[in-house]
Structures are given as C-alpha cells and as structure tokens.
Design a protein around this ligand. Sequence first.
Ligand code: F6P
Length: 318
Amino acid sequence: MRKIAVLTSGGDAPGMNAAIRAVVRAGIYSGFQVFGVMRGLQGLIQGDWQAMNLGSVADIIHRGGTVLKTSRSEEFMEIKGRVTAYRNLQRAGIDNLAIIGGNGSLTGGWEISKLGVNVIGIPATIDNDIAETTSIGFDTAVNTVADAINRIRDTASSHGRVFIIEVMGRHCGEIALSAGVAGGAESILIPEINNDLREVVNKIKQGAKRGKLYSIVLVAEGAGSTYEIKEILAEQTGMDVKVIILGHIQRGGTPSAADRILASAMGKAAVDNISEGKRNVMMAGDCHNIEGVSLEGALNKNRQVRNDLVALARVLST
Ligand code: F6P
C-alpha cells in the first residue's frame, strides 16, 4: 500500500489542523496509509511519527494551532539532517511527504525532495508571503487584527490618542495591508513601500484641524522600528502616542470558515496530486480554485504587493 507522511512546520497558523484532517481522510479514502509526523521537520530526523486513522483527526477542524505540533529545525537545514530524515522515510517505505507550512518549511521540503522523496507543499503561514497562492491562516489573522483595531479605535477616540499597532508578517506587509483596509486604519506602513512619516504626521494634523483627535497607524513588523516611529510622531504632532504590539495572538484562535475551507480543499488536492503522479508540487490558489504548481518555481518567485489595496487605502483613509 502506498504511504503518505504529513507534518506541520514553522510558525503555526490557524487552519493547519483542518489541512491535517483533509490529508488524512482524503488519503485513507484514496487507499493510502497516512502517517502523522510530530514536531515538523525535526520529527522526520527523529523518526517520530504514527499511523493515522479517520478517528485520529476527529474534532480538530475548528482548533487553532496544530495537533502534530511544529518546530523550526536548524538540524534539517544541514544535508546530514536531511539524509537522516530521508533514510528514516525509506526504511518505513514512505515515499510521499505532505508539508504544511510557510516559506522556510517548503524550502526544506524542496531540499529533501532532491534526495528522492516526493514532496507536496501546502502553504500555511499567517504572513501570506508565498507567491502564486493564498496561504492557510492568513484570513484568520486578518480578522484577528481587524477586531483588535475595532477595540483600540474605541479607546483611541475616547481619549483622543494616536495608537501605533504593530502586526506580524516578517518581511511581508500582507497582514497590515488587508487588516488596515478592513479596519479603516488611517495610515498603513509596510516594508514593500518606502514610508514617508511626513505623510502620517500631516494626516494626523489635518484630522486634528477637523476635530479628529485620534488616529490608528498600522505598522508591519518589517517596516521599521515601531518605537522609533512612535517618538517621531509624538514629537512632530504633539499628540499622546501609544504602541501596541499584537504579537502571537495573531497566530492563535479558531480558524475562520474561509481558512477551514481553503485548508480542507488544499489537503484533498494534495492527495489527488499524489494519486495523479504529480511530484514536488505546491497547492496554489484560493477557496475557489486550487492547482498543483512547481514547488521550486513558487519558492523562486517573490510575492507582489497588493497595489490595489495600497491605492484603496490611500483614497479611503483620512
Ligand atoms: O512566520 C510567521 C511569524 O508569525 C512571523 O510573522 C513572525 O515574525 C514569526 O513567525 C515569529 O516567529 P516565532 O513564533 O518563532 O517567534
């Protein structure tokens, strides 16, 4: 019987459990034996996996995090670690590996595919920084940040304060841009665009002239030092400026319906691609259309900034 190992790797993302569930159940439906690997790529090196059955993934579709746990494996980044992992898979007769994770994890998958195992990538990272696809977890993180903006706006407007909210995304501004538009942030700073703080200062000052004594400035963590931005805005506007670092709450919570649907569809598509004999592909698309694209090709492409959202924010936020 053909075998599939499935793992989650890198920063966890809401929806990972829905993807695990789909790979296991679609795999069993299609006649595969499916094995769940613990703690991501490090679990491959340790040979730490167990056979999964339909009941193994019961009642997890709505849970954040990952029941298979995750890690960032330095050892796997070395060829010695990958050879150990590959030999473990060979000894177990496992020739297909489904990796649910972000850029770093899928890159590790591409590297071990060079040894002979068939790697199927399922993009899962709140950063949404992988080219050609929407990543699992992004929609939930955007909703979490949009909700936080609503709550902060209540107190900012009550006290007449400027709040700088720092969001995750590593070197990508996708969360800040989408959540900023959804939350009506007055200013959005992302690493993909050179940000001129004079524009932010002028917007705050113009608002004050109209009697709007508060502002929400959303800063992607890769766009610069949030505390330096705070000092500049406080000095140049004379306003009371506060900083909130949302941090890891963006990684938790029950996945949105959109993320559960995306994860379920990508997990099944991964099994279908294996059944069709596709090798070393990444599931790419959105809730409506998913296809297997070259894993290497996707990893070698840079994701383009959503200029449509940049333009929308410029027009609508005052
Ligand atoms: O890649 C997801 C992410 O949440 C990034 O946005 C963030 O910079 C990083 O992980 C944090 O990593 P860790 O959870 O290891 O602190």
